[in-house]
Design a protein around this ligand. Structure first.
Ligand code: CA
Length: 248
């Protein structure tokens, strides 16, 4: 996932969090995560239940949460929704299952990424670092927050002025195409579900998000992608949604 360059790896390796919280009832997995993440965080907080996890998230304000879905006292998706109702802390979900439906449910509940067990330690650490990096960049406003100008793949996307150009040529987008592009670019690197994009653009739950979106995304790609059949900026996550990929 994502575009990786040599200097990006260097940057990623230096990312360190103040505190991470692991919510997982399985002690051996908690220990494995502790070992895997010792280079990523100064402090690793542990919770064995959903309730304990929610309490620690509130009192310790970790920089990122790793949340196991199979907890003894609560559904992981409810824990995710609860934390998301008062915090923007990034949440990486661990799951033994891997259906698209579950992934959609979790992303809609506010999870930032999703790792299926069993996972390889290097891949898991890379995913955690990627989420940390993305969160920091977006808080600094460099991944396309309102007011930013994003340059990628020969395009210049001016979020505040609602303008997109290829070289000197302005590209004319419909208001809906523009809103889809802005929503994806403002969340670059993060997969948004059909429902999340639909809510952000239309602000209502009428109709079939997937169908509406497919039509508009096809039109949008025809206008902004160098090769609409092989899109670079707006990537499809099959069965889930779409994601803007910006070069690092
Ligand atoms: Ca578990």
């Amino acid at each position: 996932m994502g575009v990786t360059h040599a200097n990006d790896d260097t940057l990623m390796a230096t990312i360190r969090a103040r505190a991470l919280l692991v919510i997982e009832d399985d002690a051996p997995i908690r220990r494995a995560l502790q070992n895997a993440l010792s280079d990523v965080a100064d402090r690793l907080l542990e919770a064995a239940t959903g309730k304990e996890g929610i309490d620690l998230a509130a009192t310790e304000r970790p920089e990122l949460i790793i949340l196991d879905l199979g907890l003894p006292d609560a559904l992981g998706v409810d824990v995710c929704r609860e934390i998301r109702s008062w915090s923007r802390v990034p949440i990486v979900v661990l799951s033994a299952r891997h259906s698209d439906t579950e992934k959609v449910l979790l992303l809609n509940a506010g999870a930032d990424d999703y790792v299926t067990k069993p996972f390889s330690t290097p891949e898991f650490v890379a995913r955690v670092r990627a989420v940390l990096r993305r969160t920091r960049l977006s808080r600094r406003g460099t991944t396309g927050d309102d007011g930013a100008v994003v340059e990628a793949y020969g395009l210049v996307i001016d979020i505040a002025r609602r303008r997109v150009a290829r070289g000197q040529t302005m590209i004319r987008l419909t208001p809906i195409e523009w809103d889809i592009l802005r929503t994806l670019v403002s969340n670059a690197g993060r997969t948004l579900t059909h429902q999340q994009i639909f809510d952000a653009v239309w602000g209502s739950a009428l109709g079939s998000p997937q169908q509406y979106l497919r039509v508009h995304v096809t039109n949008l790609r025809r206008k902004i992608e160098a090769n609409p059949a092989r899109p670079e900026l707006i990537v499809t996550e099959p069965g889930v949604g779409y994601r803007a990929e910006l070069p690092a």
